[in-house]
Ligand binder design. Structure first.
Ligand code: MAN
Length: 562
């Protein structure tokens, strides 16, 4: 308790740079009260009750004469009304309390070489050296019980100044780290803003493109619907020639087949007629002088004589060979041409598959345009298979779909970026720079992790898995009231930023886990302490330059100032 009061008092007075100024003042008088104790005056007016005048010799005579204790600045005689001392009953008081205010804050220790301070009157001559408050030992002037307090102000002052200097440097380093964070945050914010304007422009262009492609698609679809699909031709000009040649060969073969049938019929008839005429020649009566019959027999004899030479007939086997169906073992193997390694068009269609993904979208669009152009100019065949969408329509539809997809993806990206810009990233947007970074610390059987503006995590070191302790929700401010630690790793006293992480993994028989992350200024990000104040409700104490004072660089404008 004594130590605590001392520290408070020291820190209160640290900036006042008050030092004792005069040896002529009564013992224990602080410089700001010097005017009341003019040494040459024979009388003294009680400070709080000027109507009460006592002799100057009564000052510091170890007897409390003034109601406000102002006649005893250098003894413990009026300690019972000392605001720095514990409350004490005033003898004869009806309420049991002093109900009087001391005019003086305490016994003044000049502490030359260090910083002067007031010591509670009850510590004066109590036999204890209170070096934390009174490094010159002057409060033990009576050497009660033989106690002599040497003056240690030189060493204490030197150590104090060293610590103060180190603190100052650390503050400067923290402030510099904070400025670096601010620069990063501003840069990230600029990136988001420029992405937003880029996306807005792209979305505008896509709106126009979508309308255009929709119109083109409808046009192509309409004109393609009117087209008659003639065959199952595939490929470009070669493909068309191939299917035409196949049809022509079939036609010729069918005709040859029919001609062959007719030839056989005619041959049958000729054979029958020749039989009739042979019989006629043998059986007619030459004694009848019938000139017509004689002329007919003569013609038959001439006809028979003319047919005796070697015939140059095509062998039936040869004709049958020609009539055999085309296939892999005879005639032309059309399938080989038709299927092969793909049509000339396929080469163009499949080209994209060989490209790296980052250029594929760009090339896809360009190729689509090229395909359409080639189809329109008869270089590529359309309508690869009956019953399927034509390549022209397919290309138009794919181009439209691609534009639609692009539009909706860019629109949701824009929404995301706009939301991000509106999000509370703390004072001066500072946590934007830290977002996604994590720090951790081992505590007992767990490793605890804090990921800025993201989530908190409890990781079992025994392999029992990870537990989400909450997802980031918002930034609040709360008052911390904790002892300052010498190493600075504590929240201290004052308003602090608190990051709320909520809705983590459900607690068995309890609520979802949540974490309050309390922040204090430090040179670097560090998870100092983790505690579970009640089941599944966690508290992290964290040091970070992001929580340091807003020491703006001159000329740097913050978000709020813009
Ligand atoms: C685990 C940990 C603890 C928590 C209990 C609740 O053991 O997450 O922090 O208190 O579960 O059952």
């Amino acid at each position: 308790m004594r130590q605590t009061d001392a520290l408070v008092l020291l820190s209160t007075l640290a900036h006042s740079s008050v030092v004792a100024s005069s040896q002529s003042l009564p013992r224990g008088v602080g410089p700001e009260f010097a005017k009341f104790y003019e040494s040459k005056a024979p009388t003294f007016k009680c400070i709080g009750n000027p109507s009460i005048v006592i002799k100057s010799s009564q000052i510091n005579d170890n007897s409390c004469d003034c109601p406000d204790g102002s006649d005893e600045p250098g003894t413990a005689a009026c300690a019972y009304i000392d605001p720095l001392s514990p409350e004490q009953p005033l003898p004869g008081s009806a309420t049991g309390t002093t109900n009087t205010t001391s005019a003086l804050p305490g016994f003044w220790c000049a502490n030359e070489g260090h910083i002067g301070s007031y010591v509670p009157f009850m510590y004066v001559n109590d036999g204890v050296c209170d070096y934390d408050l009174c490094c010159d030992g002057s409060e033990e002037f009576a050497h009660v019980g033989g106690v002599k307090c040497e003056n240690r102000c030189k060493a204490i002052g030197k150590e104090y100044r060293r610590i103060e200097e180190e603190r100052k440097k650390s503050k400067e380093r923290s402030a510099e780290s904070r400025r670096a964070l601010l620069r990063d945050s501003a840069e990230l914010r600029r990136k988001v803003e420029s992405r937003i304007s880029e996306l807005r422009q792209e979305i505008n262009n896509l709106e126009v493109k979508k309308v255009d492609l929709q119109r083109k698609f409808e046009e192509v679809e309409r004109s393609e619907r009117g087209k008659v699909v003639k065959d199952e031709g595939q490929g470009g000009k070669l493909g068309v020639l191939l299917s035409q040649a196949k049809a022509r060969v079939k036609e010729l073969r069918d005709t040859l087949d029919k001609v062959l049938d007719q030839r056989d019929d005619l041959q049958d008839r000729v054979d029958k007629l020749e039989d009739i005429l042979s019989k006629f020649k043998e059986e007619y009566n030459p004694n009848f002088n019938d000139e017509g019959v004689k002329a007919a027999v003569k013609s038959w004899e001439d006809y028979s004589a003319s047919n005796t030479g070697a015939k140059d007939d095509i062998a039936d086997a040869d004709i049958m060979k020609v009539l055999e169906e085309d296939g892999p073992s005879s005639g032309v193997n059309w399938a080989e041409f038709a299927e092969g390694d793909g049509s000339d068009a396929d080469i163009v269609y499949n080209l994209e598959a060989y490209l790296p993904s980052f250029v594929r979208d760009f090339v896809h669009e360009k190729l689509n345009q090229a395909r359409v152009w080639m189809i329109e100019n008869g270089i590529l065949a359309d309508n690869p298979k009956t019953g399927q969408e034509s390549l022209l329509v397919k290309a138009a539809r794919e181009a439209l779909d691609a534009a639609r997809n692009d539009f909706s993806s860019k629109t949701s990206q824009l929404e995301e970026q706009e939301k991000d810009l509106e999000k509370d990233y703390g004072p001066d947007d500072i946590f934007r720079a830290l977002k996604g970074r994590c720090i951790s610390s081992d505590v007992g059987e767990y490793e605890y992790e804090l990921c800025w503006i993201d989530r908190t995590m409890q990781k079992s070191k025994k392999g029992h898995g990870n537990t989400n302790m909450g997802n980031f929700v918002r930034i609040d401010r709360e008052y911390a009231d904790e002892e300052e630690r010498v190493d600075g790793k504590s929240l201290g006293k004052g308003e602090r930023l608190v990051l709320r992480y909520d809705n983590g993994q459900g607690c068995w028989n309890g609520p979802n886990r949540r974490t309050d992350v309390w922040l204090a200024c430090a040179e670097k990000d560090e998870l100092w302490k983790v505690s579970e104040s009640e089941k599944c409700v966690y508290r992290m104490e964290v040091g970070t330059p992001a929580a340091c004072e807003d020491l703006h660089e001159p000329g740097v404008r913050t978000k709020d100032e813009l």
